[in-house]
Design a protein around this ligand. Structure first.
Ligand code: AMP
Ligand code: MG
Length: 322
């Protein structure tokens, strides 16, 4: 349990407190025009892992990143003319664009859920002010425990997250109470991935191109649905006590008593057995060992509690038969 501080956005010091919290890797619930978002610095892997921990999310699904303006958004994603037109029409506002990510621009891989696309929006109000003052994007899903209703007041946030987050900024009830509309601009059409307060008619009028609903079997908006979606080239052996000769070893906690000298490679998720650190390094570990030359990967056991549930979910997908 941590002490959750409740501040009022009428307090002139509020934005400064939010920025200080986010800059040191903390978690802050902040109202947007849709619902209260649970924000963390999107470039800080341990802070982002903290979102999954606080929400109790059972898997690492990708998170929406919130920017302060189009210039910031363009540092992290590629905009074609259609995407730019939508951004210029609806931002700041309740529209999220799924765009090709500029990989290596600084967003942590956990934010993208290991995908090559990024979901971006520019919100209105205090969330935007905080992001502008921070100078980098924040990842922010709804500020509620996994499986519970999205909160539209600070008191709702505290119902499920009190003692699990650092700060809640009370700005009164949110305007829409409905999540942002999510779309993927595709050059000559707009694919509607999630309906929200910006409607298909609004999108068609602004873009001048057809708006189509997400198709059946569309993989990209259902990341993690397919069991082997995230698998590296090699075979992955889970809950290994020690590496066998020639295996690449993904370690968690202290080194095994024997076997390490015969391992072909080593990636330590967290020497101290810290689940947040391990979560923040997991995608890097799988990427490091995803090569046609690496045939066998073994992974140390990782506890199932807390963030361990999502880590093990991700590892099971990496290990699934394909
Ligand atoms: P939320 O839980 O409100 O933050 O919404 C997250 C949803 O946004 C996900 O379920 C996806 O549908 C979509 N999304 C977020 N990030 C990405 C991404 N990197 N690529 C594609 N879709 C994404
Ligand atoms: Mg939610």
């Amino acid at each position: 349990m941590i002490q959750t501080q409740r501040i009022s956005l009428n307090d002139p010091a509020a934005i400064g407190l939010l920025v200080a919290c986010l800059a040191r890797g903390g978690l802050a619930a902040i109202p947007t025009e849709t619902v209260y978002g649970l924000a963390a610095d999107a470039t800080n892997g341990e802070a982002v892992a903290g979102i999954f921990e606080a929400k109790g999310r059972p898997r690492f699904n990708p998170l929406i990143s919130h920017g302060s303006d189009l210039a910031m958004a363009e540092r992290y994603a590629l905009f074609d003319p259609l995407a730019r037109r939508l951004a210029e029409t609806f931002w700041p506002g309740p529209l999220t664009l799924v765009l090709p990510a500029r990989l290596g621009a600084g967003l942590h891989p956990l934010v993208l859920g290991g995908l090559q696309t990024v979901a971006l929006r520019i919100p209105q109000g205090p969330m935007r002010e905080a992001v502008a003052a921070l100078g980098r994007p924040v990842a922010a899903p709804s500020a509620n425990r996994s499986g519970r209703v999205s909160p539209t007041t600070a008191t709702h946030v505290l119902h499920t997250l009190d003692g699990r987050i650092d700060l809640v900024a009370d700005g009164g009830p949110t305007m829409h109470g409905l999540e942002s509309t999510i779309v993927r601009p595709e050059g000559n059409r707009v694919v509607l991935l999630r309906p929200g307060s910006v409607t298909a008619d609004d999108l068609a009028a602004a873009s001048g191109v057809p708006v189509v609903r997400r198709g059946e079997g569309d993989a990209i908006d259902a990341p993690g649905q397919m069991l082997s979606h995230y698998a590296p080239h090699g075979r992955v052996r889970l809950d290994a006590v020690a590496p066998e000769p020639g295996e690449h070893w993904i370690a968690f906690g202290p080194e095994p008593a024997a076997g390490l000298e015969a391992a072909a490679g080593l990636f330590q998720l967290s020497e101290t057995g810290d689940l947040r650190e391990a979560a923040s390094r997991l995608f890097a570990a799988l990427a490091a060992f995803d090569s046609p030359d690496i045939e066998r990967i073994a992974v140390a056991p990782i506890p199932r509690e807390g963030l361990g549930e999502a880590i093990n979910d991700r590892l099971r997908r990496a290990a699934a038969d394909r």
